[in-house]
Ligand binder design. Structure first.
Ligand SMILES: NC(=O)c1ccc[n+]([C@@H]2O[C@H](COP(=O)([O-])OP(=O)(O)OC[C@H]3O[C@@H](n4cnc5c(N)ncnc54)[C@H](OP(=O)(O)O)[C@@H]3O)[C@@H](O)[C@H]2O)c1
Length: 251
């Protein structure tokens, strides 16, 4: 990717990996503008601090609500003539309402499945739907969708985690479909799915006990590894699924 005075939009930047993407990108000279979204800016104090210190612009967006995504795209268009990089970070594995990864089929809950699909699969695709015009104003924009290795059907040997695994598999399919459609024409957009590794955030915290020594990454390390991959992406990579070390993950 050529980085002359580019603009990036980080979706899902209140905490975790998204917040760290906003922080690292705000510190780079090649990105002139960093826009970052979260669903509740008044309660995103770390992102507010970053905005005050590093000039990141905050836009409210709840990816479970298409009207909110549409409004956020309009606000982004008012701030930036084009987008060169979009990073879709928001994801859901568990929450305070009782959503938690299933161990057995008995635990399958339709409401939890729908919510997982809404946040992990449908939301990121809606963001690309409404931001595509801004992306297509760049000569060659990149969209990085934060996925997870457990969304690989080929790699699934343990089972369980029904909602999260299947929602991430659906997200991967949506990424592939969008990569094909947006790869056509004069202003092709490169879209990839990325697995960050196991990263020390709220999402992984209840499940960190069995992570092998040295394999639990800080957000700083995970984002720096992912940015190395993103920086090297070209049109030939569109529609592919990469892990944090650059290796390709089978669908
Ligand atoms: N951490 C890991 O080990 C790991 C491993 C593999 C893949 N991933 C993927 O990496 C991505 C980032 O994960 P993370 O570890 O940074 O998770 P996290 O710390 O739990 O943060 C999740 C983010 O998603 C946002 N979010 C949730 N629902 C949303 C909605 N409806 N609209 C807008 N934002 C919403 C949260 O915002 P609020 O603050 O408003 O809740 C928060 O900013 C996710 O897609 C995750 O699946 C993470």
């Amino acid at each position: 990717m050529n980085h002359a005075a580019k603009t990036v939009f980080v979706q899902g930047a209140s905490r975790g990996i998204g917040l760290e993407f906003a922080r690292q990108l705000a510190g780079r000279d090649d990105f002139a503008q960093v826009l970052a979204s979260c669903r509740d800016p008044d309660n995103a104090s770390d992102l507010q601090d970053l905005a005050a210190k590093a000039g990141v612009r905050i836009i409210a967006m709840d990816i479970e609500d298409e009207n909110s995504v549409r409004s956020a795209a309009e606000l982004a268009a008012a701030q930036a003539p084009r987008l060169d990089l979009l990073i879709n970070c928001a994801g859901l594995l568990h929450d305070a309402s009782g959503i938690s990864p299933e161990r057995r089929l008995d635990q399958l809950d339709p409401a939890a499945l729908l919510r997982s699909f809404a946040v992990n699969a449908i939301g990121p695709a809606l963001v690309v739907k409404h931001f595509r015009h801004l992306l297509q104003r760049s000569d060659h924009a990149v969209v990085a969708n934060l996925s997870a290795r457990v969304g690989s059907i080929t790699d699934n040997r343990l089972g369980g985690w029904y909602a999260y695994r299947s929602a991430k598999a659906a997200q991967n399919m949506l990424t592939r479909c969008m990569a094909i459609e947006l790869g056509r024409g004069g202003h092709p957009v490169t879209l990839v799915s990325l697995h960050p590794g196991t990263v020390d955030t709220d999402l992984s915290r209840p499940f960190q006990r069995n992570v092998p020594e040295g394999k639990l990454f800080s957000s700083e390390r995970a984002v720096s590894q992912l940015l190395t991959i993103i920086d090297g992406l070209g049109p030939q990579d569109s529609g592919r699924f990469f892990a944090w070390d650059g290796s390709e993950i089978p669908w």
